[in-house]
Design a protein. Structure first.
Length: 323
């Protein structure tokens, strides 16, 4: 009987030890799982704070839609560019080229519009032509490349191609921020106006609300203008006639010709005689003025210097002998 009690006690003790061991193992596994999850979470948060560079995210000029640029904080924002293109070309027939370019731009960009055409005549059937278009930004790069190579492909000459780019990103973002703030202030003023009872306060709130609404209209107009500028670019084309350069004929050494020399000398003498004869004719015609003027000058000179005419006569007479 005592042996059975001892065996029972030993078996119960073994069961308790097994349960304690199982509990310790379970706790160890739980602690290991918590540590692993904590390490995984810390590594995951590190990857979020350091994003990888995405291909194609850098800003490229010539794209139709606003490009994306990377800010200092690592985030990407849209970049708004305003572009204008001026192309000067010399071509054979400016009017025909102007018609071809109009047709090609209208076909390439159905949303393009003409901002003006100017014809200026510079010679016999020769014209300087100036064309201005407003083209969509998505088709701008194709139009620029076509115009850059048009003159060479059509036996003309590209004189100048100038592109100007203006970044209005900051202006656009500032305008959007101001518009958001003004609309919030407008909402607060409308709420205040609905709760105000005093007449003086109502007038003050209305004046302030009118001022804010006017600022909102100005900002909205500014944003609309910026959107149009970044959506449509200005392209100006100046065409002038391609005049061929006159080549100087080579000088030829001709032999000495006495007959040609005689002919040239007679021509020179005849020309000199014509000049002298023309001079005599002019003098004869103007004698009606010159002769009276000379007579008056001579008469005045004689009255002022009477001794100069008598002195020579006295000096010429021989001395008389003394008696």
């Amino acid at each position: 009987m005592d042996q059975m009690n001892v065996r029972t006690f030993i078996s119960k003790r073994r069961v308790r030890l097994a349960i304690l061991f199982a509990g310790f193992v379970t706790l160890a596994l739980l602690f290991a799982g918590c540590a692993g999850s904590g390490t995984a979470s810390s590594s995951g948060s590190g990857s979020i704070n350091a994003p990888a560079q995405q291909p194609g995210s850098s800003s490229t000029q010539g794209s139709g839609s606003p490009s994306k640029g990377k800010s200092s904080s690592g985030s990407y924002q849209s970049q708004y560019l305003v572009k204008s293109l001026a192309v000067n070309m010399a071509v054979k027939d400016t009017r025909q080229v102007a018609s071809e370019l109009q047709s090609w731009i209208a076909t390439t960009d159905p949303h393009a519009s003409s901002a003006g055409i100017n014809y200026e005549q510079v010679g016999d059937n020769l014209y300087n032509v100036s064309l201005t278009f407003s083209v969509e930004s998505t088709d701008y790069t194709q139009i620029e490349e076509y115009l850059a190579g048009y003159a060479v492909q059509h036996n003309g000459k590209l004189l100048n191609l100038h592109e100007s780019v203006q970044d209005v990103t900051n202006d656009y973002i500032d305008s959007q921020s101001r518009l958001t703030n003004l609309r919030g202030e407008q909402s607060r003023l409308l709420t205040l106006l609905s709760q105000t009872q005093a007449l003086g306060d109502i007038i003050t709130v209305q004046d302030k609300l009118t001022d804010v609404e006017g600022q909102i209209e100005d900002i909205e107009a500014r944003i609309h203008a910026l959107k149009n500028q970044v959506t449509f670019y200005t392209v100006t084309i100046n065409l002038q006639p391609l005049t061929p350069v006159a080549s100087t004929p080579p000088q030829q050494n001709t032999p000495w010709n006495p007959g040609q020399v005689l002919h040239d000398s007679l021509s020179a003498a005849l020309g000199f005689g014509q000049v002298l004869f023309t001079l005599f004719i002019w003098l004869g015609v103007f004698c009606i003025y010159l002769i009276p003027a000379a007579a008056i000058v001579w008469f005045v000179w004689r009255r002022r210097h009477p001794g100069r005419l008598i002195a020579p006569a006295v000096a010429a007479s021989p001395p008389q002998p003394k008696a």
